[in-house]
Design a protein. Structure first.
Length: 58
């Protein structure tokens, strides 16, 4: 979602796998606000690298 000032809000939610409605379920949410240009590109590269590293560990 843009704010009219060239910023982008990105909400990320992480939930416990395969048991999202269990009594001991958990979740975490963070909202990042970044500039729509170079800062967004840097964030996308960093997230891509993080996720690729995580997938290689499985």
């Amino acid at each position: 979602m843009g704010d009219g000032r060239r910023h982008v809000s990105l909400a990320i939610t992480v939930r416990r796998y395969a048991r999202t409605y269990a009594t001991d379920a958990w979740s975490a949410r963070v909202v990042l606000v970044v500039e729509a240009g170079e800062e967004m590109k840097t964030l996308a590269r960093d997230l891509d690298s993080l996720l690729a590293t995580t997938q290689n560990r499985q």
